[in-house]
Design a protein around this ligand. Structure first.
Ligand SMILES: [Zn+2]
Length: 149
């Protein structure tokens, strides 16, 4: 009796495309056109989100209309040195970190640019490094990285 076939190994390449939504568009447009960070703030619980949100995730109030300028500087809350890429292969080391922008209550995950002789550590002050205005596409990658202040 032949063995049952329970698994077939293989790879399925999947490509995704997401819409930015009304709130995401607001944030990405401000970065692209002005190099500014626009979030939204909840009038009910006073929580400020960056990137912007349509609704408060804490109290479900509609907040899309309550723009709030945040950053551009912030504080590095956590940092990791990445040595292995998503496929498990060794890569040139780089830092990623969670940044709490000034006047925001949420955190943003992004690349951290180390300075010569300085290792990024939690608590460090950081500022954004934007792509040049003519090369911005309306993407979070219009921010090339955050660098130590
Ligand atoms: Zn709220």
């Amino acid at each position: 009796m032949p063995a049952a076939i329970t698994r077939v190994k293989g790879k399925i390449p999947i490509e995704n495309s997401y819409t930015s939504g009304l709130a995401g568009e607001k944030t990405l447009k401000a970065i692209k056109e002005h190099g500014e960070f626009i979030g939204t703030s909840c009038p009910t619980c006073n929580w400020t989100y960056f990137p912007a949100r349509m609704f408060c995730e804490r109290c479900f109030s509609r907040i899309l209309e309550n723009d709030k300028s945040v950053g551009p500087e912030g504080t590095l809350e956590a940092v990791s040195l990445v040595n292995i890429d998503q496929s498990g292969k060794k890569t040139k080391p780089y830092y990623v970190g969670l940044i709490k922008l000034d006047k925001a209550d949420t955190k943003l995950l992004h690349h951290i640019k180390g300075a010569k002789g300085l290792v990024p550590r939690p608590g460090a002050r950081v500022r954004p490094v934007f792509n040049s205005p003519d090369k911005r596409r309306g993407s979070i990658t219009d921010i090339l990285a955050f660098e130590l202040v």
